[in-house]
Design a protein around this ligand. Structure first.
Ligand code: C2E
Ligand code: MG
Ligand code: MG
Ligand code: MG
Length: 289
């Protein structure tokens, strides 16, 4: 009996290994395909920055936009970031792509705010690897300079995991950003290993409540309570709070009732190419600039 069991275990083991390695090989070659195409994407102008409005729910005013990357490959439709950002991060291509994103975003803010009394702020997502592989503060300073964008118009979105790296260099970079007058937002708040104590130790201006929590509002009691608690925490720590992924009027009502004024989500606008965003946002006088 023992021999038979061993025989089956070995067989099963070997089969599992074969499935596993075939799957890994397929995924590795998919990654390599994406990576080599991504290497040429910038030169070929295949990357485009979309903009999603951020609004103040109390008066419906646009306060800013988050810049979101899209990859338009000829004849292949749009590829969303979850498919290629990880590849860009692992290969280091994120450094060049990230610089391009920053320059495009700052350029857009300068164009929008030429005709506005209340300037819009543009928010850019940063990957941890951009902090590690690159003099990020120097890069940002140069891009602000080249585009003529005041630092107050740029917000940098980082994740909790970046703060948990607990690195001197990352802390120094964030402090430089703060001294330069940029604002820093914690993206996807609540999905990381949220030890609230770390927030105090960094120059963070705003938290963005992750949409996985907002999705449960108001029907899911527990998630709704968590959202309420996050808003209270933000207020207690004098942080601004913005809710991500707001899709329904009931969510907007709940958020406002508990003190969250700022929101982003399909209810207020999907990410659009720059021209589409500009047509929607217009300028202070409601005229497209
Ligand atoms: P994120 O920073 O959390 O961006 C918000 C995501 O939520 C976007 O997905 C946006 O399209 C989506 N979203 C917004 N409102 C709603 C809503 O009401 N309902 C639902 N279901 N989704 C909504 P997207 O554009 O696919 O981007 C995914 C992630 O890719 C981003 O998440 C961000 O972490 C990353 N990413 C995007 N652009 C860049 C970039 O330029 N650089 C880096 N490093 N990461 C980027
Ligand atoms: Mg973001
Ligand atoms: Mg993000
Ligand atoms: Mg997010």
């Amino acid at each position: 009996f023992a021999d038979t069991a061993m025989y089956h275990a070995k067989r099963r083991g070997r089969n599992n290994f074969q499935f596993y390695s075939a799957d890994l090989t397929a995924r590795a070659s998919e990654r390599m395909r994406i990576e080599s195409a991504l290497r040429r994407a910038l030169q070929r102008n295949e990357l485009e920055l979309y903009f999603q409005p951020q609004i103040d729910m109390t008066d419906g005013a646009f306060v800013g936009a988050e810049a979101l990357l899209r990859w338009k490959r000829l004849g292949q439709g749009i590829m969303l970031p979850h498919k290629f950002i990880p590849v860009a991060e692992e290969s280091g291509l994120i450094v060049g792509i990230g610089e391009w994103v920053l320059a495009q975003a700052c350029g857009a803010a300068v164009a929008w705010n030429r005709h506005r009394e209340q300037p819009l702020r543009v928010a850019v997502n940063l990957s941890t690897r951009q902090f590690i592989l690159n003099d990020l503060a120097g890069t940002v300073r140069r891009i602000l300079d080249e585009t003529g964008c005041p630092p107050q118009w740029l917000e940098l979105e980082i994740t909790e995991s970046l703060l948990l790296e607990d690195s001197k260099e990352i802390r120094a970079t964030l402090e430089t950003f703060d001294r330069m007058g940029l604002s820093i937002a914690i993206d996807d708040f609540g999905t990381g290993y949220s030890a609230l104590s770390y927030l105090h130790r960094f120059p963070v201006k705003r938290i963005k409540i992750d949409r996985s929590f907002v999705r449960g509002v108001p029907s899911d009691r527990r998630k709704s309570e968590v959202v309420k608690a996050m808003i209270s925490i933000a207020q207690a720590m004098s942080l601004e709070v913005l809710a991500e992924g707001v899709e329904t009027p009931l969510q907007a009502i709940y958020l406002q009732a508990h003190g969250c004024r700022l929101a982003q989500g399909h209810l207020f606008g999907i990410p659009l190419p720059r021209s589409g965003f500009e047509a929607m946002a217009g300028n202070d006088r409601g005229i497209v600039s």
